[in-house]
Design a protein around this ligand. Structure first.
Ligand code: NDP
Length: 460
């Protein structure tokens, strides 16, 4: 627990004891859930100075309550494949915290999905959603379903079966799922269709990330990637840096990665590498985004196919090695635990100036500590990738008003929200004794809003 060693007094010791006690309970109560432990430990650590300054959170048992989901649903998702065989997957939805609004968070379809992954994502989402300034609580869902290699009809049948059960537990004022890894506009469309059929009423506010023809918001597809770049740009401007003429590496080639690359390029950056789950491509001339978009968004292809049109580029199977390419700005945008201490050391040695997280929890604690010690500008996921859920909240607002805002209007709101997240994180870090530490600042700023709401709402 690195934050503790910096100051020693009684109130800090009490806060540290409190955090350690609650964390021990979390470990015992959720055995083997390593990702969930990792996320809770990280956030608990950042909150020690808050508990030292304001014992009311300890008295009200906020940490004990906030780390236990209000509800965790697991359910069977049976479906028929194209050969008529019965397949069974496990569906999840964690409704983690509803103190500032209905549960809100994405849906991940990936074979690695389990309770630990869904709970770490849902726990992070509580604080991220609070940071956006929008009235949304924390939730997350998904299934251990692998969409790779499935036909369109199989995807549709799976989504319908998943929603048939989930529809019992969600609603525009209850819980509003969205997309995440393996879930894009197509899957949201199938789930929305099934929800509508089950309910017999048109409630567009039940899901976000919808197609614009039935209640989706402009900018939602771009929002996480664009928001990440707006956040990084604001952070860099504060330090006299800019994207212009910078060299950027982005991991992933999905929704977040693609729109992060697009906006970074628009601001004058050269993106020299990106990846998918099969490996990475390195194109020193600058990645051709049109090719990547076609391959990954339209053709469901593998990234090595890039070489057919750009033979001067190279393909490498070991995705971790993407971080050995020297760059100014590193943007992990694929999945959790992409960057450990060894990778962080390589990035630092090669002169990286900025690391900002598009994916959720891509850097482990040791890597984050190394970035902070080396004075690398570090944008934590909770703040830097909050643009997606922020625009989801704007989609909900448009749905409830039966309005559609222009691209420019939503984009301007997104930019304003990202700037506010940056400023609020900076000032919380300053106030609690960690100037410039956006990671600690974002956790504290998100927590204060939720913690105060929980106290006012009583022990529920
Ligand atoms: P997508 O499914 O659109 O893209 C994920 C990308 O990462 C793909 O290129 C995929 O490769 C690659 N990938 C996935 N798992 C692995 C792995 N284990 N190893 C290497 N590469 C991998 O997902 P998103 O872009 O939506 O999400 C990416 C990250 O951003 C996730 O952490 C998600 O939680 C986070 N996020 C997403 C938001 C959103 O609005 N979509 C909002 C906030 C955070 P392949 O194509 O081969 O599968």
């Amino acid at each position: 627990m690195t934050t503790i060693q910096r100051v020693k007094d009684d109130s800090l010791q009490q806060a540290l004891d409190y955090v350690n006690t609650v964390f021990k309970t979390v470990e015992e109560r959720n055995p083997g859930e390593v990702e969930f432990h990792q996320a809770t430990k990280h956030i608990f650590t950042a909150l020690v100075p808050v508990f030292a300054k304001h014992p009311k959170y300890m008295k009200n048992g906020i940490l004990e309550r906030i780390s236990e989901p209000e509800r965790l649903l697991t359910f069977r998702v049976p479906w028929l494949d194209d050969s008529g065989n019965v397949q069974v997957n496990r569906g999840f939805r964690v409704q983690f915290n509803s103190s500032i609004g209905p549960y809100k968070g994405g849906t991940r379809f990936h074979p690695t999905v389990n309770a630990s992954i869904i709970k770490f994502l849902g726990f992070e989402q509580i604080f991220k959603n609070a940071l956006t300034g929008q009235p949304i609580g924390g939730g997350k869902g998904g299934a251990d379903f692998n969409p790779k290699g499935k036909s369109n009809n199989e995807i549709m049948r799976f989504c319908q079966s998943y929603m048939t059960e989930l529809s019992n537990y969600i609603g525009p004022n209850v819980d509003i799922p969205a997309g995440d890894i393996g879930v894009g506009a197509r899957e949201i469309g199938y789930m929305f269709g099934q929800y509508k059929r089950m309910r017999g009423s048109y409630e567009p506010g039940v899901l976000t990330g919808k197609d614009v023809r039935f209640g989706g918001s402009l900018v939602r597809p771009e929002a996480t990637g664009y928001g990440l770049i707006y956040f990084v740009d604001d952070m860099m401007q504060d330090h006299g840096l800019s994207f212009n003429n910078s060299k950027v590496i982005v991991s992933g080639a999905g929704n977040v990665a693609i729109y992060a690359m697009e906006k970074a390029m628009e601001l004058g950056a050269k993106v020299v590498a990106c990846s998918d789950s099969t490996g990475y491509i390195h194109d020193e001339k600058g990645v051709n985004l049109e090719t990547i978009k076609r391959l990954k968004l339209e053709e469901d292809g593998v990234i090595s196919a890039y070489l057919a049109e750009h033979p001067h580029a190279s393909f490498h199977e070991n995705g971790d090695d993407i971080w050995t390419i020297p760059c100014d700005i590193a943007l992990p945008c694929a999945t959790q635990n992409e960057i450990d201490a060894d990778i962080a050391r390589v990035l630092i040695k090669n002169g990286v100036k900025v690391v900002a997280e598009g994916s959720n929890m891509p850097s482990n604690q040791e890597a984050i500590d190394l970035f902070n010690e080396s004075h690398i500008l570090f944008g934590p996921a909770k703040a830097a990738n909050a643009g997606g859920v922020a625009v989801s909240a704007l989609e909900m607002a448009q749905n409830s008003m039966k309005l559609s805002w222009s691209f420019e209007k939503v984009d301007a709101k997104l930019h304003e929200i990202m700037l506010n997240i940056y400023r609020n994180s900076i000032s919380a870090a300053e106030e609690y004794g960690y100037p410039g530490n956006l990671d600690v600042g974002a956790n504290i700023a998100g927590f204060l809003k939720v913690g105060d709401a929980m106290i006012r709402e009583g022990v529920v």
